[in-house]
Every structure is written in structure tokens, then in C-alpha cells.
Design a protein. Sequence first.
Length: 416
Amino acid sequence: MNHKSSSELFAEAKLLMPGGVSSPVRAIRPYPFYTTSAAGAHLATVDGTTLIDCCMAYGPLILGHVHPAIRTAIAGQLESGWLYGTPSPLEPEFAKLVTGDHPGMDMVRFVSSGSEATMAAIRLARGFTGKKDIVKIEGGFHGAHDAVLVKAGSGATTMGVPDSAGVLADLVAHTRQVPYNDPEALESVLSAHNDVAALIIEPVLGNIGPVLPRDNYLRDIREITKAHDVILIFDEVITGYRVGIGGAQVKYGTKPDLTTLGKIIGGGLPIGAFGGRREIMELVAPQGPVYQAGTFSGNPLSLTAGIATIRHLHNHSTIYRDLEGKTRALEESIGSKDGGSFVRLGSMFKYFFRNTPPQNYREVKECDTTAFGTFWQGMFRAGIFVPPSQFETNFLSAAHNDQDLAALAQAYTQCR
Ligand code: PLP
């Protein structure tokens, strides 16, 4: 394949932008391919190649690229304007939908990204409890802000940089960490420290996964946090509407105090949201003393795309079953092989270069990243784009058809 145009674009971009990219995980070596258009389950590159996409923009595009219903909704809203700086009727409409779907959300605030949502949720938990510390899960990723950029997953793990320069040690000293799937570790941290405001957790580890919760793990941490008066924040930026309507809190029957959302709820446009128990949310400004604000919050285009996506998911009840069927078929076709394990949950899946499915961050780090590098190159040559990191989840969408799945099964089998 000739990727001359991508290589030239990257050479120019590197002079103008740090690392040549707008977000670290996109910096594929020796240079990333440049996308010019997308449709359904496919990306078209500036070099004239078409790729089957198993990244789906890292999760938002559950219906596929340029889905007609979302496109029509966005086009319709464009006629009426794309930023008002005032409330719009879209906000209560979407708030009703989102809170109706999530048992842990009586009220919601819309923001512009998942990072903004987790940042605000942590501030709110501190404001509500009057306590200082937070606990996060090793390998959990909650965006690129200071309090949570500690042993993060996603790009930070891939680059082997668990912390970031510029993050104050004093600040991170308020962030404690425990391993995933280990309720005893959480119990002992909370027993030893009584100044913990919140536990923030991806209920299914998505940024190094999927790493799945063991039986009763989420219920156990719910009980432990309750017993210690610690706010439980489910970061459902990936799992929200991905593992089903109502996200992981419905799937695993565990009600958090606060929930953060992003990705799918924007239908592919920038968005985030945080919400939770009424008595906690009533502390958010202007109703209460916990300040949070944003020029683009409740953006009409993002809300329109989000409403169209969530309504589509509600109205097509077979989507989640079909998605589950696709990853199951993929697993059955690929089978198991020494040195690898296939993990899936609904439309989230991954081939780990490790004999057994990992249970936590330490086990994920045991994966053979050299084997992954060779695999990634092979997949790319076969016309398939999987996220360029052993640590990122692969995603399928409603747009992946039988032909795409057959090509995926063949390539995974050959390249792993
Ligand atoms: N939380 C989780 C679980 C995420 O996966 C991400 C991003 O990948 C974020 C928060 C941050 O979201 P955003 O990239 O929209 O800021």
C-alpha cells in the first residue's frame, strides 16, 4: 500500500502540532493514516485506502459512521442554529431521557466532554461530603485532568508514562488507588483513611480492556462505599448506552451516587454529562455552592445528535442483541490459541496477548505488546483498523455487516 500522502501530511503536522496529533493515542508509528471520510463501518484515507473500522472513534459511534437518522437530525438543527448561549428545549428533553434510563441519575448537567464530567463529579463529591481524598482504580482512565492522571489507562499506559509532568505531587497525594476486582483492598483503604470523598470507577475497565467485573464485585464496592459514607461515582463514559440502555448500572444492578457519561450520548459530537442523586446534584451552581460552567454546555447540535441516537436505540430493541451476536460470532470464528485470549461484552471486545483474560491492571500489563505490534501491522495490511494499542477496547457498531465480520474473523485468525 502506498501511504505517501499520509506520510507527507504527518511530516508537516509534526512541525505545527506536538507529536503531529490532536490526542496522543492517534500518533501511530511511523506515521498515522489520515482519514478523509467515513461511512457505516468504514474509513476512507487520503491515500485511497478503505479500512474496516473497529475503533469507531473510541466508542461514540455505536450506530456507525454517518448514520442517516443522526445525519438528518443534525442537518435539521443546523437550520435553527448551532449555539445559543441560552437554554433550549432540547435540554429538558434530553435530561428526561437520560435520567429516565439511569436509576442512579435523578438530575443531570450537560457538559462538553467526558473529562469535564469526571472533573465536576469529583468536585461535587468533595463539596457534598466535605472530605478531601478520592480513590480510583489502577488502570482506570477518567480523562486528562490532574486528579485522575495517576497510573491512567489509555494513551498514558501505552506510552509507559503513568503520571504526567506538570501534575502537582501535592494534588495527586489526594488520589489513592486500589486494584480492580479486589473489594478487600478497597475495604482496607477506606478503613484506614476517613477523609475519602469518593470512589471513581469505570464499572467495566474500558481503557485497558474490556476487563470485566467478577461476580458481585460491583455490588460489594457499593456496600463498602455506603458503609464508609463514600460517594460511588460510576464513570460510564464508555459503558453508557454501550453495554445496554442504562449502562453498567442497569446491566449489573448496582446504583451509584453519581454517574458520568459522554461518547455515545453525543451521537459523535462533543458532549459529556454528570448526574446523580437529587440531594447531591442540588449542590451544583446556580442551585448550590459547587461551581461548574461552560460556554458550550448543552450545545444544541450535540444534544440533537444525542437525542436522535438514544431514541434510535430505544426504538430498535434488537440492536444490543444483534451486537452481542456479532462479537459472539467473532469469538467463535477466531477460537482460542496459546498466548491469547478473547474477551467480549456486548459490542466491546479485544484479543489480549495473554493466555487468560486479565482481571486487573497488573495482569493487563503482562500482555505481549511486541506481539500486539506485529498483529496491528498485519491487521492494517489486511484493511482493518483496530485501536493502535494493546490497551484500548475494540468496538463494533450496528453498521458492521456479515461481510465485514467475515473479513474481521479471517484477519484476526491470521494476524494474532
Ligand atoms: N472517562 C472514560 C471512561 C473515558 O474512556 C474517557 C475517554 O476516553 C473519559 C472519561 C474522558 O472523556 P473525553 O475524552 O470525552 O474527555
